[in-house]
Design a protein around this ligand. Structure first.
Ligand code: SF4
Ligand code: SF4
Length: 318
């Protein structure tokens, strides 16, 4: 059998539908906790391979016009992360293992947080922190080990986190989903990202109806409430639904205009009232904020990315 090379991996990845592929060393993970370290998953690991799948910009355009929120939730989030990435990873893993190396496949784990990670993921109905997980032996991390996708994209040279908390790709901006393979194969490495793609313009913050982004980054619990629709720009906030929403609640106006601050407890308390659309059977929440932060970011970076901006005027909240 031929020697496995980086070129072979990239050629196969593009053939199977990835738009982006980069191979990185593990140095950037050196300061990560063992619960996020690829070497806790595969001690002999030499590299991490990152793959990106673009989310069609038309899905964001439809959301921005308020005409189709489910399309993004299903095709742009669920199918890319749960179907496309899974089949793709299994095929790529097969290629690597047929050459005699290990391939530890890493897809997004949207509803789990490693022990001590108090953040949430707005895209799903609920998240669970693995608070009862204990190491199986002293010196080992508490399971499950879940790598940080922001660090992983940076290591592979295919993206890095912006102020919005979302990963920005040099070609697709924030419109991309990722998966990874940790491997012990001796591959030629790409350079990591050395200069942030985020220029700190804060247009993402201005576009967020929940004011969930600030100079210090994304407040994930605040985002989770407004992603699920607790604001006036929610396309389902009209007629009866608008009249009934939080009727009689003394904080109603404050919540609707995004000035109330939510934490884990108050966010979980309001979730049952954010039932504007039927929940999906697979646990993802419909996106009712139009993912305005990412559209604003994409439009801001469009020229640098070599992309066409989405022709919408987003309201500004700050
Ligand atoms: S625009 Fe939506 S996804 Fe972005 S930070 Fe605000 S609530 Fe979250
Ligand atoms: S909109 Fe500006 S500040 Fe926000 S993530 Fe994009 S580049 Fe960074």
């Amino acid at each position: 059998m031929n020697k496995l090379t980086s070129e072979m991996i990239k050629a196969r990845a593009y053939e199977l539908g990835a738009q982006v592929c980069g191979i990185g060393g593990l140095e950037l993970f050196a300061s990560e906790s063992p619960q996020r370290d690829p070497k806790s998953i595969l001690p002999a690991a030499r590299s991490i391979i990152g793959f990106g799948f673009a989310v069609p910009r038309g899905l964001y355009y439809a959301m921005a016009r308020g005409s189709a929120a489910y399309g993004y939730t299903t095709l742009g989030v669920k199918y890319l992360d749960e179907e496309t990435a899974e089949i793709f990873l299994l095929k790529m893993g097969g290629l690597i293992e047929d050459h005699g190396y290990d391939a530890c496949l890493q897809k997004s784990v949207p509803n789990l947080r490693v022990k001590s990670d108090k953040e949430t993921n707005p895209e799903v109905k609920y998240t669970y922190e693995l608070i009862y997980a204990e190491p199986v032996a002293s010196g080992k991390p508490a399971p499950d080990v879940i790598i940080d996708f922001g660090v992983a994209t940076e290591a592979c040279g295919i993206g890095c986190r912006g102020k919005s908390g979302h990963i920005i790709s040099p070609k697709y901006g924030p419109f991309m989903r990722y998966c990874f393979i940790i491997t012990d194969a001796p591959l030629e490495l790409d350079s990591p990202i050395t200069e942030s793609l985020c220029d700190g313009c804060m247009e993402c913050a201005a576009a967020c109806p929940g004011r969930a982004i600030s100079e210090s980054g994304l407040d994930s619990w605040q985002c989770a409430v407004y992603y699920k629709g607790a604001h006036k720009s929610n396309p389902c906030m009209n007629g009866d639904a608008a009249a009934k929403f939080l009727a009689g609640d003394p904080e109603r106006d404050e919540i609707l205009d995004g000035s109330k601050r939510f934490d884990a407890e108050s966010a979980r308390k309001i979730y049952p009232k954010l039932n504007f659309l039927p929940q999906t059977q697979w646990g993802y929440a419909p996106c009712l904020c139009r993912r305005a932060c990412d559209i604003a970011c994409f439009n801001h970076l469009a020229k640098r990315l070599g992309q066409k901006p989405i022709p919408v005027e987003l309201p500004k909240y700050i």
